[in-house]
Ligand binder design. Sequence first.
Ligand code: F3S
Length: 71
Amino acid sequence: MEKIKVNKDMCIGCGACTAICSDVFQFNDEGYAMVNNENCDFNALDDNTKNDVMDALEGCPVGAISKEEEN
Ligand code: F3S
């Protein structure tokens, strides 16, 4: 599976990802982004949501979002 991750040490809380794709990203109590469902498999998302995730990944100003292959 491919997991979507937010590096909390890098996130500056700009909110681009939560604005683009609130299905996948939300703010935590500290005002930084997190993935709603940490077990979410990118490959299982519908095409629209995949596009939104990629827009968020590419649009994050500090590159805090990544997609990583995991078994
Ligand atoms: Fe943080 Fe980047 Fe989202 S800075 S709030 S992970 S767009």
